[in-house]
Design a protein around this ligand. Structure first.
Ligand SMILES: Cc1cc2nc3c(=O)[nH]c(=O)nc-3n(C[C@H](O)[C@H](O)[C@H](O)COP(=O)(O)O)c2cc1C
Length: 428
């Protein structure tokens, strides 16, 4: 089983005024919490830490920044400068930073991540997103965001340019012969890419990193998002609810991989979960009931999140009426399609919806480890992406409680067998 950790609000703020997150103010913008997270994940045998990102402080919900900053939810430091600090504190863990293809010039990203691949000793990855908020697009000079499927079309060309740049030096171009040349100039090539959206001459002005090209991670669940993932991703992260949907998703991705001349095992599919752990099953159930009660008092938080995902102000809708017409949504189409399918009202969705749960995991570490093993066998997927808020208590529960229970069952690695992130990820 492969495990990743999804830092759901990136290099940001977790759990302001929640119990067990008492050091938010002193951790703010500092690497310590994330270094603690990364070293714990490595001790536990995780494949990677994925850092979410966005470039906007949203004011879509009710037309103010209040819901964005009340709990610090939309504060984001840039995750990329954090990557070498985390790499420096670890030896094996993969570190994935999110990059919005719509806003980064491909040459800049290709060079930056090739550099990070060197700095990390072959352990860096990019989570490729097209970004969804109009506000983010406006920060980069657009009047509104590019249309959903066209964003993926652009992303496809974007990553193609990056891949060409990462291959612009042959693997044996660096000769480093004493008394000879540093590199063989005949094994370095321009790429001369002139496409519909991007042009780049190349080559990169640095040799390829240990992985050749960094690991590519992808999350979009719409048909265009899945097609993109099947063409380019080494790992796909998915929020599909229930074992049947999870299995269908894996089968769909496997089919798409084959259509692209790839093998199903070329991309590891990890499903989002947010385990609720207790010393006993009863402890965990009581904790779950408490958390549900808290959630039911915060319909606003979910409506604000949906407003961000869709760039539509959800405060304008009657929360007890059937769902409004959301067909104009140009944001997270997979998420909205899932909501519409439930047939629930907004209030029902807001009080029960869990964007970070493919299956409910609740109980002692032994109960939860059993369930994870069972579900993976049923789904034929590759593992889970833990999406618990980054507090040191949550990190300890998962890495010192749940992970050892999985290891005792022989389903989680005891040690890293390979030198690079991709080789560890793609090993069985
Ligand atoms: C697990 C997960 C992580 C994601 N991380 C990010 C992120 O860091 N930044 C971002 O802009 N979008 C993020 N997204 C959104 C997706 O990249 C994508 O834009 C969204 O799911 C809509 O895609 P779709 O319309 O193809 O479903 C994430 C989605 C999921 C399910």
């Amino acid at each position: 089983m492969h495990l990743g950790w999804f830092a759901t609000t990136g290099f940001g703020v977790y759990g302001w005024e929640d119990p067990w997150a008492g050091n938010v103010a002193s951790d703010l913008g500092r690497p310590g919490l994330f270094v603690d997270l990364a070293t714990s994940l490595e001790r536990a045998g995780f494949d990677y830490l994925m850092l979410e990102d966005s470039s906007v402080l949203p004011d879509v919900y009710r037309g103010t920044f209040e819901s964005s900053v009340r709990r610090g939810t939309h504060v984001r430091f840039d995750p990329v400068p954090l990557v070498p600090l985390l790499a420096n504190a670890t030896q094996h863990l993969g570190i994935v930073a999110t990059v919005a293809t719509t806003f980064y010039p491909p040459f800049l990203a290709a060079r930056l991540f090739a550099t990070l691949d060197h700095l990390s000793g072959g352990r860096v990855g990019l989570n490729l997103v097209t970004a969804s908020a109009d506000g983010a697009a406006q920060n980069y000079g657009l009047t509104k965001h590019v249309e959903h499927d066209r964003r993926y079309e652009m992303a496809d060309e974007w990553i193609t340019v990056c891949k060409e740049l990462w291959s612009s030096w042959d693997r044996d171009a660096l000769t480093l012969e004493p008394g000879g040349a540093f590199a063989d100039h005949e094994r370095i090539h321009t790429i001369d890419h002139v496409g519909e959206h991007y042009s780049s001459r190349g080559p990169l002005n640095l040799p390829p990193g240990p992985q050749g090209r960094p690991v590519i991670c992808q999350a979009g669940a719409s048909p265009a998002g899945r097609a993109f993932g099947a063409r380019h991703a080494d790992t796909i992260i998915a929020a599909q609810t229930g074992v049947d949907a999870m299995r269908a998703y894996r089968e769909d991705i496997s089919r798409r991989l084959l259509e692209n001349g790839r093998k199903p095992e070329d991309a590891k599919v990890l499903y989002l979960v947010n385990p609720i752990l207790g010393d006993t099953d009863d402890d965990a159930f009581r904790k779950r009931d408490r958390l549900r009660q808290v959630q039911s008092g915060h319909v606003d938080r979910v409506l604000a999140a949906l407003s961000y995902f869709t760039s539509m102000d959800f405060s304008q809708f009657d929360v007890d009426a059937p769902l409004p017409d959301l067909s104009g949504n140009n944001g997270h189409q997979g998420t909205v399609a899932d909501m519409v399918r439930t047939g629930k009202t907004l209030r029902e969705i807001a009080t029960t919806h869990k964007a970070t749960e493919s299956i409910e995991l609740c109980g002692s570490v032994e109960t939860v480890a059993d369930r994870m093993e069972e579900v993976m066998a049923e789904v034929g997927g590759d593992g889970f992406l833990i999406a618990a808020p980054v507090t040191r208590k949550n990190v300890t529960e998962i890495t010192d409680g749940l992970a050892p229970a999985l290891r005792r069952r022989g389903v989680l690695r005891h040690r890293y067998e390979h030198a690079t992130f991709r080789d560890n990820l793609l090993s069985t």
